[in-house]
Design a protein around this ligand. Structure first.
Ligand code: AMP
Ligand code: MG
Length: 342
């Protein structure tokens, strides 16, 4: 079943599916989520099964009203109220100590719970009408790029879930920022649209989990999901980093070489560089003057390359000022950390 988002009856039906323990994919402002009743252990089990996701990787609980956070937290850190006033509803997930209402099946066995209040009007209305809190990871098969359109969800999960609410293309295109408030200084476990600087304006000092910055595999990220290979396109992706002219020259030479070896090649270009690439499958991700466009298109482009059947992909690097850290975090994982400086 594929619904159109604005129809209240359809959202009510989707809510009924949640109450009966079923699974519904729904649009949010970040990416599409795969939702189930957060208090129902069997719904969580179904989410893991549909995604092929390891069951120690906890789910984010989606709410529409602040009182729901109070209902499931064993204690509320001071920062939670401040951050919620500043950024909720919106693309920020907070980790707080959990109470007994939330089953361990939803938190991957952890004593903390990740909570987010999405701003997407369809997500808000769907959660409200369901009368439940909704546990939802991204609605992709585990290891594939997160879905930014209903078609991506259908491609990965058709036949495995009960409904998809089609809300068109999402706004941001990268998953939420995750900030851990469960111990000491607030710590970013996953970078996103809400940056460290934005959080610091509200709560003072904020740290970044060393595990997501380090190349050293012994420094493990705290968020279980950040430890897995993720966001991987089927082709072998390499990021090329440096001055524009050098990057273009390198990618063109490497493309010739790969084509000569009989490989299908994809190139991730920007509006600024598109005209300089003449060979291979060239896709434009967005403009360097508009970093939101790059975030918005990243996952869709990685999926497009899968459809084109390219075996080798070269991408420019996007260390843009505001959300460059979030973009590069995802791109690095998609590339298995393979970057060449030129
Ligand atoms: P996704 O739903 O695909 O956006 O993934 C949710 C992310 O949140 C994963 O990286 C999880 O590991 C992380 N996460 C959820 N709950 C917790 C928690 N209690 N502590 C740390 N990380 C969490
Ligand atoms: Mg995910």
């Amino acid at each position: 079943m594929q619904d159109t988002a604005n129809d209240v009856t359809l959202l009510e039906e989707a809510g009924a599916i949640i109450r009966e323990g079923g699974l519904v994919a729904f649009p949010t402002e970040t990416v599409y989520g795969l939702g189930g009743d957060a208090m129902n252990p069997s719904a969580s089990a179904k989410i893991y099964a549909a995604k092929g996701r390891p069951s120690d990787n906890p789910l984010i609980v989606h709410i529409w009203d602040f009182s729901q956070l109070e209902e499931i937290a064993s204690e509320l850190p001071l920062e939670a109220k401040k951050l919620s006033d500043a950024f909720w509803p919106g693309p920020l997930t907070m980790i707080v100590p959990k109470n007994d209402k939330i089953p361990y099946e939803t938190t991957g066995g952890l004593d903390t719970v990740a909570v987010r209040m999405p701003s997407h009007p369809v997500a808000k209305e769907f959660i409200r009408l369901s009368g439940r809190m909704i546990a939802a990871p991204s609605a992709n098969t585990s290891g594939r790029p997160s879905p930014t359109k209903a078609e991506h969800v259908a491609h990965d999960l058709d036949g495995k879930i009960d409904a998809i609410i089609d809300g068109g293309s999402v706004d941001i295109g990268l998953e939420s920022t995750i900030v851990d408030l469960s111990e000491g200084i607030p710590t970013i476990l996953r970078p996103g649209y809400i940056t460290k600087a934005m959080l610091e304006e509200v709560v003072g000092e904020v740290r970044i989990d060393p595990g997501i910055l380090s190349e050293n595999e012994k420094v493990r990220p705290k968020a279980p999901g950040m430890r897995y290979k993720h966001y991987a396109p089927k082709g072998d992706l390499t990021i090329i980093n440096g001055q524009q002219d050098a990057v273009v020259a390198y990618i063109n030479a490497a493309t010739e070489e790969a084509l000569a070896a009989g490989k299908r090649v994809g190139i991730v270009a920007t509006e600024e560089t598109r005209a300089f690439y003449n060979r291979g499958e060239v896709l434009t991700i967005g403009s360097r003057d508009d970093e939101d466009s790059i975030a918005h298109n990243l996952y869709g482009i990685l999926r497009n390359f899968d459809e084109l059947g390219v075996e080798v992909i070269y991408s420019e690097s996007f260390s843009t000022p505001r959300i460059g850290q979030a973009i590069m975090n995802r791109l690095f994982k998609a590339a298995g950390h393979h970057m060449i400086d030129v």
